[in-house]
Design a protein around this ligand. Sequence first.
Ligand code: ZN
Length: 505
Amino acid sequence: MFHQQLYTQYRRQLTRVVLGALLLQGTAGLAQRKTATPAKGTNAISAIQESDLKRDLFTLASDHFKGREAGTLDELKASVWLAEQARAMGLQPAGDDGTYFQFFHLQRTRISETSRLSIGNRQLTHGKDAVIFTPAIASVDAPLLFVGEGKKEDLDGVDVKGKAVAMQLSGTAPADLSPARYILGMIRQRSADLIKAGAAAVIFVSSEYGQPVYNRYGGFLERGRYDLAGGPNTRVFQQAPVIWLPSTALNLVKQPNQQFTNLVNVESFSYPSVNVVAKVPGTDPTLSKEYVLFSGHQDHDGIRQPVDGDSIYNGADDNATVTVALMAIGRAFVAKPGRRSALFVWHGAEERGLLGSRYYASNPTVPKESLVAVLNGDMIGRNDPDSAALLGSQPPHRNSDDLVNIALAANQSGPKFKLDTLWDRADHPEGWYFRSDHLSYARVGVPALFFTTLLHKDYHTPKDEADRIDIKKLAKMTRWMYLTGWDVANRPERPRLVNDFKLER
Ligand SMILES: [Zn+2]
């Protein structure tokens, strides 16, 4: 009933916003930059201006858009703003039905409010004082067994069959791993082992060290899982529950002779997200039928647990930086089109599992064969001013030697970043290559690269704010993506795919 109501209300608001956007067309609400046409043979790199990037960044990453969470009205508002900017700067619509939009549905599966959880006679609420890991149906009534820190010696000779096994998480992450990856990895591994050994449920209590991770990631899990219609995450199944508790729950789980009960009910519903798609047609009669795709995502994480009193996750670096970089690149292509066409796809629902790019890669609005390269950016405005990374530049993810060489040459001809090589490796513990939208295109055999300035301590927190972005660096990254795309758009041959390239993961 609850989600049904939400959806109906959403549909009504959506209609209003879209109508509003249509009415905006033709009004002179937005200032349009007048850029002088560059001389023949030169590019239009001078059209990329720090002042434009800064203005657009501070608008998109402002509290007005409430963190642009996929499937909410806030993501839609940001997308409508973006489409209106694209129209005002002279980009042509390239979405569905002659519009700038490609709508698609998210399927969300989450734990319903009818679920119940208790330890002894204490009731706990999912999303408030406990987190149930997986939205999977469960019904457990079992004795609670506390096993200390759950180490090998704690579990030696202990019969976990039919028990709800509780432990306190311990240890600290090694230097090359974030605390979150370390803790979530430990929870995943240990719970799998214990469930395999017959545990009826597994309960983890945060350590002091792990409590900030609980504070930050608990809310993500509480939202449930998302997928495109028919995807693996839409399946509802049964599983022994895995529970994550704050450090304050340690005394509770240590009490002897307690019963653990947990009834997990699951609900699933669909609601809309959207890709914004625009183009600048190429000038060559033949090559203009091919496209260089510039890729970013406009969604972020919405409103979540407050940090220092701020609950809006504005996602300035992630990924307002690339959203506005694509706008600046769009201005440059309008000032001077390439021989091939430039296609701009601002993906929705990236943060919910690369869903917008997965949808576009399987439902492109231009023929798939006409996509000659995907230049994706994600988080391009932080860290050391002179360093950056190009993912997809090393085997096994290097899917086009031509494209990598073009991007490296563009770096040398312009920004001259010192390029990090560690994060592109397949065995890097963060798995960075697998965490943005280029992946969806590499999977379907399009030459694809990922431009980034990597992780920082404000990643996925309300502190990822516009005033922490290095605007000069953002402009340099924008110019690098532009110069790469400009070269691809104008050379006689399209970048070749590495023979027999196949993505392993
Ligand atoms: Zn992100």
